[in-house]
Design a protein around this ligand. Structure first.
Ligand SMILES: Nc1nc2c(ncn2[C@@H]2O[C@H](COP(=O)(O)OP(=O)(O)O)[C@@H](O)[C@H]2O)c(=O)[nH]1
Ligand SMILES: [Mg+2]
Length: 360
């Protein structure tokens, strides 16, 4: 008989954790029909061999050993391929994800969700004993995902490694993940309507060591860029840049007109030129860069224009501050320091307008 639920567990050097995990999963799911699929990348500690032996104690257990690959995300896909359930779950082997939550997640699926995320970042969710540093990196990685992948904004914890989905989410979908963040890939490319989050406590690892190495940040960056390129979000970034450059010409042209030919007092002429070029930029971003975003209606349009102005003003302050700081503190030549100022202001403008002005 086919099980209802397939739990895919990627492992790398989890010898001590696998027996404990299997026992906990069995206890948590005593009334449910499920299978566990361990996908091991030939761990040197013999995780796969131990799991093979444990098959005689647990009839729900399958073990896959991959020989020449070492990647969490593709290991999970391999697990999906060899699974039979109508509902799929992914969880870590190291007990950082609480097996007791699987039932709660299953409930959400039964209530109509297509994807359920075990979330550290909704009320009730938490992370045990992470240093401020680690929290900062985690939140930063999430902010970048939210910025470059608008679909991920529906979820507070799109980088969670603990989630459940209906198999139908993956039907006809080609996935190309790399690295650790398989959920992100599914949220962007999958077919789904309703996604829910269930709060979890992300526990400390008690046994074994994390396989997360610095290289994972590189893989994450590559994965993000690939996804956001496919989603057209990188193109949006360039469009925003082009509009910004066009605004510089408009600003210069107007300054020449008002001050150079009409003889208006320089500071006043500059203020008018700046404001008109901000409106120029706003207009092009509205009809081109962010044409697919923003609510209908004149009131909404003016609200966005107000926000855009505010963002631009902060950008200006940032530009000038960076310029002055680099010049005064490090004696950097102002025209060079200004390049850094422009870069900081540009990133600020793009992020704030993307996540605030045209957020929906
Ligand atoms: N198959 C496979 N599993 C991996 C790999 N890297 C990590 N894992 C497993 O993925 C899960 C999360 O990894 P972990 O090292 O705990 O990451 P952390 O919780 O972010 O520190 C654990 O179950 C690991 O055993 C890998 O390259 N291949
Ligand atoms: Mg872990």
């Amino acid at each position: 008989m086919m099980p209802l639920l397939s739990i895919v567990v990627p492992t790398y050097n989890e010898l001590e954790n696998v027996p404990v995990l299997l026992e906990k999963v069995k206890d948590a799911l005593s009334d449910t029909d499920f299978e566990v699929i361990i996908v091991d990348d030939d761990s040197p500690d013999g995780t796969a061999e131990l799991a093979e032996k444990l098959k005689k104690n647990y009839d729900f257990l399958k073990v896959i050993k991959r020989k020449n690959e070492r990647d969490l995300a593709t290991a999970v896909l391999e697990g999906f391929k060899n699974s039979e359930g109508k509902i799929l779950t992914v969880m870590d082997a190291d007990l950082q994800h609480p097996p007791e939550k699987i039932i709660e997640m299953l409930d959400e699926i039964e209530k109509g969700a297509d994807i359920v995320v075990g979330s550290r970042y909704i009320p009730g969710g938490e992370i045990e004993h992470w240093s401020l540093n680690r929290k900062f990196y985690s939140k930063g990685a999430r902010a970048i995902a939210h910025l470059l992948l608008p679909k991920s904004r529906a979820v507070k914890d799109p980088l969670s490694g603990f989630f459940m989905l209906r198999r139908s989410v993956l039907e006809g979908v080609e996935l190309h993940p790399i690295g650790y963040k398989i959920l992100l890939e599914i949220l962007i490319r999958g077919n789904y309507k309703k996604v829910e989050e269930v709060p979890i406590t992300f526990k400390d690892r008690e046994r074994g060591t994390s396989s997360l190495v610095f290289n994972e940040y590189g893989k994450y960056t590559k994965h993000l860029l690939r996804l956001s390129w496919d989603e057209g979000e990188i193109l949006r970034f360039f469009k925003f840049g082009l509009v910004g450059i066009s605004g510089v010409f408009v600003n210069e042209g107007l300054l020449w007109l008002f001050w150079g030919t009409m003889g208006i007092y320089l500071a006043l002429a500059s203020v008018i030129s700046v404001e008109l070029s901000i409106i120029w930029n706003f207009m092009w971003n509205e009809v081109w860069t962010f044409h697919d975003r923003g609510k209908e209606g004149v009131r909404e349009l003016f609200k966005r224009m107000g926000k855009f102005n505010l963002v631009s003003f902060v950008g200006l302050v940032l530009n000038v501050s960076v310029l002055m700081f680099l010049h005064v503190a490090f004696g950097i030549y102002p025209l060079t320091a200004n390049i850094a100022g422009i870069a900081v202001a540009f990133i600020w403008n793009f992020a704030a307008n993307n996540l605030w002005t045209w957020f929906d």
